[in-house]
Design a protein around this ligand. Structure first.
Ligand SMILES: [Zn+2]
Length: 391
């Protein structure tokens, strides 16, 4: 068979098929056709030599913002996904019913990254940084959200709602009820953004159904999943037990090392790791999904587990586990070739706490449906520990 490209001699980690070993990956027609110990490269158009590198399913970032020029916080999709190892991105509520058609035409259909979206229950989506999208609850119209989502069933994977008081005022519970009502009509999950809510975390988590997603799970902005005594709140344990997905969604204000360390010490690890990369954190402290994953390596998760939490786990969370987040033969050839660098890396969280880690995942080459994308920039100097030693 004439392959488009063979990725040779890399360490393949594909949690969707419990695979971790030295393999060659053959791609033809934009799809994976073989993952084997040896694939002949006699008749291939091209070879990527991956000796010493990791060959992973294309990373899936469950929380990004890419409605560039409309949502205030959005960034360019491809420059900060394909260039950084992520082949599938899920926009978390940048668009609502009033703006979804434009998001579809001018972004989703134009970019190379596989781009899906949670539709905001607010018709305006996340338009402005100072005027919250649900301070006026009239923006939360269930019928409009359902109608818009039904026009785009291939890209809408659920309904988003942000519950912080500065965004929704005292409307958090009614906003959540409406998001869930819309999600019920669509048979999809809701993704809720916690931290700084006017109502208790128990009241909020208590409404969630199995499959619903909590993003910003490790926020240091109370009320969160850790109580004043440092324990994971029972409501979070109960939610997790009934299938609620606790996602990271690092963001500019929504990930605290101290919260993550306390939760993980009690066995409360994330179900998915996403970046919430956007305009206000892409130059730090988030940078990209790969750096967020590196923080979880530092927090003690294994490399295989970290890969799972950013490939097959988020793909399943949006009901697309059969489509991406895997290197199974037949899947579109979304592949992330990465290097696990060793050194001293300065990881910063949202409150500004710092941890020095010794491993950093960095992108080398990314294939989306078999087409190559290379990094357009390297690790930010602030990540390199020597940069910041002060006298
Ligand atoms: Zn976000």
């Amino acid at each position: 068979m004439t392959y488009d490209v063979v990725i040779k001699n890399g360490t393949v980690i594909d949690p969707s098929q419990d695979l971790h070993g030295r393999r060659d990956v053959a791609i033809a027609g934009g799809r994976i056709v073989a993952v084997e110990e040896h694939v002949s490269d006699n008749d291939t158009h091209d070879v990527i030599e991956a000796d010493g590198l990791l060959v992973l399913p294309g990373l899936v970032d469950l929380h990004v913002h890419v409605w560039w020029g409309v949502a205030h916080l959005a960034i360019e999709a491809d420059a900060h996904s394909l260039s950084r190892g992520a082949t599938t991105i899920v926009d978390a509520g940048s668009a609502g019913a009033n703006t979804l058609a434009g998001f579809r035409r001018y972004v989703i259909d134009q970019v190379d990254a596989r781009t899906l979206a949670f539709l905001h229950i607010s018709g305006m989506g996340q338009l402005d940084n100072e005027i919250g999208e649900l301070e006026d609850i009239r923006w939360a119209r269930v019928d409009r959200a359902v109608e818009a989502a039904k026009l785009h069933p291939d890209v809408i994977v659920g309904v988003k709602v942000r519950l912080t008081e500065g965004i929704v005022g005292k409307n958090d519970l009614v906003a959540l009820d409406r998001a869930i009502e819309a999600a019920e009509y669509l048979s999809k999950p809701v993704m809720i953004h916690i931290g700084g809510t006017s109502h208790d975390i128990e009241e909020i988590l208590g409404k969630l159904r199995g499959g619903d997603i909590v993003t910003h799970s490790f926020t240091a902005n109370p009320p969160g999943i850790i109580n004043d005594a440092g324990a994971v709140v029972p409501a979070a344990l109960e939610a997790r037990a009934r299938g609620v997905v606790f996602d990271v969604g690092h963001g500019a204000g929504s990930f605290g090392f101290r919260v993550a360390e306390a939760a993980m010490a009690q066995g409360f690890t994330p179900a998915t790791v996403s970046s919430d990369v956007h305009r206000y954190n892409v130059r730090g402290p988030v940078y990209d999904l790969a750096t967020t994953l590196s923080k979880f390596l530092h927090l003690g998760l294994s490399l295989d587990e970290v890969v799972r939490l950013a490939t097959s786990a988020p793909a399943r969370a949006v009901g697309r586990g059969d489509q991406f987040g895997t290197l199974k033969a037949g899947a579109e050839a979304d592949v992330s070739v990465m290097r696990l660098e060793e050194g001293a890396y300065r990881f910063t969280d949202a409150p500004g706490d710092v941890r020095i880690g010794n491993r950093l995942l960095t992108p080398v080459v990314t294939l989306r449906a078999g087409r190559r994308h290379v990094p357009t920039y390297g690790a930010h100097p602030d990540l390199l520990d020597h940069h910041h030693h002060s006298a």
